[in-house]
Write a protein that binds this ligand. Structure first.
Ligand code: 2GW
Ligand code: MN
Length: 297
């Protein structure tokens, strides 16, 4: 990746210059203490980022699980991704499902493909959610490593509502949970039982990250998903399940493997939280679901 970057030469571009004494945002944190950017509207220039990325001719993999009834979310998910996700770049959608015949046919733009990966279903929903870590690690080394540079791993009960582009890409990225970005450390819903591998003591923690969107290079996603899966299996052997399943393990992982970029809640919003002033865009939105109807067999 470093070699690729060294070969990039930008064309002449016209844009307003960065202002050292006028930061683009004064209302939000734009950088972590370990120098990872936090991505907010207004803080980056898509033209520059797109030009740099274009020259690398990389493909981005978007992974999504649609097990059992959750196939109903695929149509809107894919249609809105075609409009807003990595526009102008190469994209592979990897759809993990137990119902391949129910994957809708959606018109795709050039350079974009759907790959359906048949996987088994698990009776417990907690298991469906957690087993994503196992399947992502398996397919990362088996397949993704040969096909894409970056992976973006998301929930399917979502829709794109504004641009989500290459500004999110980095070696390892996580996303601020929209319900906790202003919260104190003690109210983060980390796993608090020392018996779990996901345990985080009350005097540690940077942010509370949401499990519904994370990613990075295939190698970093492989390491993350493998480690989380192994921790989940240790918990299982010990008869314990983390409070928020794989999201708890993800939070533990990010505490000790700091993400190199962090997405603001623009990239994971839920309208029941309203429209705070700091939120200039709602790029990726939770789709309201009828829990009773959709979740039971
Ligand atoms: C079925 C019953 C109850 C809960 C989930 C499911 C289910 C989930 C399912 O029948 N089929 C299926 O494909 N899933 C996948 O798991 C699907 O990709 C879905 O988006 C994902 C997580 O389940 P979801 O979206 O219903 O849970 P949320 O929106 O409450 O997700 C948060 O919490 C989860 C763990 O409890 C995960 O960490 C998730 O990443 C979080 O966003
Ligand atoms: Mn969800």
């Amino acid at each position: 990746i470093l070699e690729d970057l060294l070969q990039i030469e930008l064309p002449r571009m016209i844009y307003t210059k960065p202002q050292i004494l006028k930061p683009p945002r004064c209302d939000v944190l734009m950088m972590t203490p370990w120098f990872a950017p936090i991505v907010w509207e207004g803080t980056y220039n898509s033209e520059i980022l797109n030009e740099q990325f274009q020259q690398r001719n990389d493909t981005v993999g978007l992974t999504v699980f649609a097990i059992k009834k959750y196939v109903v979310f695929l149509k809107t998910f894919l249609e809105t991704a075609e409009t807003y996700f990595m526009v102008g770049h190469r994209v592979n959608y990897y759809i993990f499902t137990d119902r391949p015949e129910e994957v809708p046919k959606v018109a795709l733009k050039e350079g974009r493909n759907v790959v359906v990966l048949q996987v088994q279903n698990y009776p417990r929903w907690q298991e469906i959610s957690m087993r994503r870590m196992e399947m992502l690690s398996y397919f990362s080394q088996q397949r993704f490593i040969n096909e894409v540079s970056y992976l973006v791993c998301v929930d399917v009960d979502m829709k794109f509502n504004d641009q989500v582009g290459v500004e999110i890409l980095s070696d390892l990225f996580g996303t601020l949970h929209p319900g906790f970005y202003t919260a104190e450390r003690r109210s983060f819903t980390y796993e608090r039982r020392p018996a779990s591998q996901a345990y985080v003591p009350s005097d540690e923690g940077d942010f509370y990250y949401m499990g519904s969107i994370f990613g990075g290079t295939v190698m970093e996603v492989y390491k993350l998903t493998k480690k989380c899966h192994e921790a989940i299996m240790v918990d299982k052997a010990n008869g314990i399940e983390a409070i928020w399943q794989e999201e708890s393990h993800l939070n533990k992982y990010f505490l000790y493997h700091k993400p190199t970029k962090i997405l603001s809640p623009e990239y994971m919003w839920d309208d029941y939280l309203g429209r705070p002033e700091i939120l200039k865009k709602r790029r990726f939105l939770a789709v309201p679901k009828n829990h009773a109807a959709i979740r039971n067999k």
